[in-house]
Ligand binder design. Structure first.
Ligand code: NAD
Ligand code: ZN
Length: 532
C-alpha cells in the first residue's frame, strides 16, 4: 500500500481524519487544497473568483502528477480531484483510496461551523446545491470503498476504524539514528534529542522524571500525538492559537494541574508548537515555584527556535511576550516524525526561522538550504535524511548563541535578525500576517537596509529573496501596510533600547551585527522599497 488517499464531498472531514490517520500510521500528510493555497498564495475561493474553476482543476492535475511517484503519504484530496480519471490513475495506483461519506445535513452543519467560503455552494439554497452535487458525483464516488463519516463518530474513531478495517500497517520504524546536542547554561545543561519516533521514549530520554508527568498541549496536537507519551497523570489541553497565549490560559492550566494532584516533584511536558512551549514553559517555571520541564516541540519553528534557550512567557493585550520567565528545560525531544502532519503554511513559517539561522551562521546550513529539495512531502520519503540534518544544524546555531548569552544581555540579540521589521508588520496588520511570514519579509528588509547603509552587497538581498521564494514565503510587505504605520509600530517595539531604533544588520551570510542607531529616514526608505 503506497499511499492512502481520501476522497469524498467537502465537509466529510477528509483533512481532520487524514491528519489523524497520518499521525497513527507514521505517514506524511498532505492536503491538496492546502498545498494549492500555499503554492498559489491565494485562498481557494479567491482562485475561483480570480482565475476560474478550470485554472483550479489544472493546478489539481499538476499536483496529482507531482505526488504520484511518492510513497508513505496520506493524501486528503479536493472533493472533485479523484473524480478525474487522469488524477485517479496517477494517485490511485498501488494505493488505498477511500471515500468518506456523510449525509447532506451533516455536511451542511460541518461547513457552517468551519466558516470557509465555498464557491461551489454559493447561491440562495446551499442545501439544494449540496444535494444536487452529491447526486452528480454519486457514481464517481461509488467506485471507491465507502467509509461512513457522519455525526456520531469522532474523527479519531473514523481514523482508528480505517486502520482496523483496511489493515493499515502501524507506525513505521525510525530509519535514521537520533542525534543529541548538549546545551549548557548557568545552572547546568540539558540534552536536545533530534530523531524520528522519539516521543515513545520520553522516560528514557528525559531521565529523572520519577514523579507524576503532566502533558500540556493544544487542541490540534493533543489528538495527534498525546497518546504516544506513556504513564501520564494529567493531560491539560488548551485551544490552539497565539490568541490563547495568555494569563487566562495559564490560570486554567494551574487549576487542571492542581485537580490532578501534581506536586513539586512533577514534570511538565510541553507537547506542541511554540505557543505550547512558551505557555507550558511558563507554567513549569511558576507552578509551585517551579517544576521540571521537558520540551517536546512539534512544529518546525518550535524545534529550531522556541524550545531551545529557556525563554518562556505569554502575551498581554498590550503586546506579545510581555510576561515571562527564563526556564531551562531538563530535556528537549524534537521528534522529527511529528512534522509529517504539520500544515504547509506552518512548515514554511518554520523555514523562515531556519533561513534566519542560516543567515546568522552561513556555512553548512545555508549550503543545505540552497541545495536540497525542501518540498515537505518529499522530505519524508524513505531514506531522505535532509530534514533531520537541517534541524540539527539549525539548532546548533541557536545553541551557540544562547550558550554564550543565556539571559540576552548582549550578543543573543542577533537572533532578532529581521524581527524588528517582522514585529512591526505583525502589529500593523493586527496579526493577520503570521509571525513566520512576517519574519520572511523582515529578513529581506534587513538585507535591504544593510545594503542601503553600505554594509552589504545588493546581491545578498536577492539571495535571501530567492531562498524564501523556494519555501513559498512572501518577500514583499503588503501594500496596505503603510511605511509610516510600520515605523510607528516599531517605535513601540519593546526591543528598542532607550527609545532609539537599533537593527540587527548583515554584512554577509555568517556576519551579522547589532547596529548603532539607524536614522528613521533610512528605515522609511527600506519600507517604501519593500512594498508589494
Ligand atoms: N521562547 C522562544 O525562544 C521563542 C522563540 C520563537 C518563537 N516563540 C513563540 O513561538 C510561537 C510560534 O510558534 P509556532 O509557529 O510553533 O506556533 P503554534 O504553536 O501556534 O503552532 C502552529 C500551528 O501548528 C499546529 N501544530 C503544531 N505542531 C503540529 C503538528 N506536528 N501537526 C499538526 N499541527 C501542528 C499548532 O496546533 C498550531 O495550530 C509564538 O508565540 C512565538 O512567540 C518563542
Ligand atoms: Zn521569530
Amino acid at each position: 500500500m503506497r499511499n492512502i488517499v481520501l476522497t469524498g464531498f467537502m465537509g466529510t472531514g477528509k483533512t481532520t481524519v487524514g491528519r489523524l490517520l497520518a499521525a497513527a500510521t507514521g505517514r506524511a500528510f498532505v492536503d491538496t487544497d492546502e498545498l494549492i493555497v500555499q503554492r498559489t498564495g491565494k485562498e481557494i475561493a479567491r482562485i475561483f473568483d480570480d482565475e476560474g474553476p478550470d485554472y483550479f482543476r489544472q493546478r489539481e492535475r499538476e499536483l496529482a502528477a507531482d505526488l504520484a511517484p511518492l510513497q508513505d503519504l496520506v493524501i486528503a484530496t479536493g472533493g472533485r480531484l479523484m473524480l478525474d480519471p487522469e488524477n485517479a490513475a496517477a494517485l490511485g495506483a498501488d494505493s488505498l483510496v477511500l471515500c468518506l461519506q456523510a449525509k447532506p445535513q451533516e455536511i451542511l452543519d460541518r461547513l457552517a461551523l468551519d466558516g470557509t467560503r465555498r464557491p461551489l455552494l454559493e447561491g440562495p439554497e446551499p442545501a439544494r446545491r449540496v444535494a444536487q452535487l452529491l447526486e452528480e458525483r454519486a457514481q464517481g464516488y461509488a467506485k471507491f470503498p465507502q467509509v461512513p463519516a457522519g455525526a456520531g463518530k469522532t474523527p479519531a474513531q473514523i481514523a482508528a476504524g480505517i486502520v482496523d478495517q483496511f489493515d493499515v500497517p502501524g507506525l513505521s520504524a525510525a530509519h535514521q539514528s537520533p542525534c543529541c546536542l548538549t546545551v549548557t547554561h548557568p545552572e547546568g545543561s540539558y540534552d536536545v534529542h533530534v530523531g524520528d519516533t522519539l516521543l515513545q521514549h520520553l522516560r528514557q530520554l528525559a531521565p529523572d522524571a520519577e514523579g507524576a508527568v503532566a502533558i500540556i498541549s493544544d487542541s490540534h496536537v493533543s489528538p495527534l500525538f498525546a497518546q504516544r507519551l506513556q504513564d501520564v497523570s494529567c493531560l491539560a489541553v488548551f485551544e490552539a492559537g497565539e490568541q490563547r497565549k495568555t494569563l487566562e490560559t495559564v490560570r486554567g492550566l494551574y487549576e487542571q494541574l492542581l485537580d490532578a494532584g501534581l506536586d513539586r516533584t512533577s514534570t511538565i511536558v510541553a507537547l506542541g508548537g511554540g505557543v505550547v512551549g512558551d505557555v507550558g514553559g511558563f507554567v513549569a517555571a511558576t507552578y509551585m515555584r517551579g517544576v521540571r520541564l521537558v520540551q517536546c516541540p512539534t512544529s518546525l519553528l518550535a524545534m529550531v527556535d522556541a524550545s531551545v534557550g529557556g525563554k518562556t512567557g505569554v502575551d498581554l493585550p498590550q503586546g506579545k511576550n510581555l510576561v515571562g520567565a527564563f526556564k531551562q528545560p531538563a530535556a528537549v525531544l524534537a521528534d522529527v516524525g511529528v512534522l509529517r502532519t504539520l500544515p504547509p503554511a506552518e512548515f514554511a513559517a518554520g523555514m523562515a526561522e531556519v533561513t534566519k539561522h542560516a543567515l546568522i551562521a552561513g556555512g553548512d546550513l545555508l549550503y543545505l538550504l540552497e541545495n536540497r529539495d525542501w518540498r515537505q512531502e518529499r522530505l519524508f520519503q524513505p531514506s531522505n535524511n535532509d530534514l533531520q540534518t537541517l534541524i540539527v544544524e539549525a539548532i546548533k546555531v541557536k545553541q551557540d548563541v544562547v550558550q554564550n548569552d543565556p539571559y540576552e544581555t548582549g550578543r543573543r540579540a542577533i537572533l532578532n535578525l529581521g524581527h524588528t521589521f517582522a514585529h512591526a508588520i505583525e502589529r500593523a496588520s493586527e496579526y493577520s500576517v503570521s509571525h513566520g511570514y512576517a519574519v520572511a519579509m523582515g529578513l529581506v528588509a534587513a538585507a535591504h537596509l544593510s545594503a542601503d547603509l553600505g554594509y552589504a552587497d545588493k546581491v545578498l538581498r536577492q539571495r535571501v529573496e530567492q531562498l524564501l521564494q523556494r519555501f513559498h514565503l512572501p518577500t514583499r510587505i503588503p501594500r496596505h501596510l503603510a511605511p509610516h504605520d510600520l515605523l510607528a509600530a516599531m517605535g513601540s517595539d519593546k526591543k528598542k533600547a532607550h527609545g532609539r531604533l537599533h537593527f540587527v544588520l548583515i554584512r554577509d551570510a555568517g556576519d551579522v551585527f547589532m547596529s548603532a542607531e539607524v536614522p528613521a529616514a533610512a528605515i522609511q526608505k527600506t519600507l517604501e522599497a519593500m512594498r508589494a
